[in-house]
Design a protein around this ligand. Sequence first.
Ligand code: RB5
Length: 146
Amino acid sequence: MKVIIASDHGGITIREEIKRLLEEMNIQYEDIGCSCETSVDYPDYALPAAQKVADGEYDYGILVCGTGIGMSIAANKVKGIRCALVHDTFSAKATREHNNANMLAMGERVIGAGLAREIVQTFLNTEFTGGRHANRVEKITSYENQ
Ligand code: RB5
């Protein structure tokens, strides 16, 4: 499994914690920044990360900003991306099982690093259920391929 991770200035602390977690889980990852705490624009990080997931270079992407909202909105503009904004473990499991989400967005001003770790563990350890959920995801894919 290969994961790409990115944050803006509002998500650096959780991004660093998630990198430690991925190392503990022996999961290969690429961190594309941001590299400083001065104000940056979240689309400059969400869009390239999402494109690399859409291109198949990475299996999953993890995005962090202040709220997670901007990152998720931007990532979901990229064809093939299903980015879920998640702040609880129930949703982390459900979005993999039901939506086959390939990206996860979280907000550092919303949750702490401990919960973010549990969300990432749950997200990466949960498989897509398929079946009736596959039909639903396929309807989204068909729409974006029109
Ligand atoms: C940056 O101030 C903040 O707007 C950003 O991190 C994010 O929350 C946007 O959705």
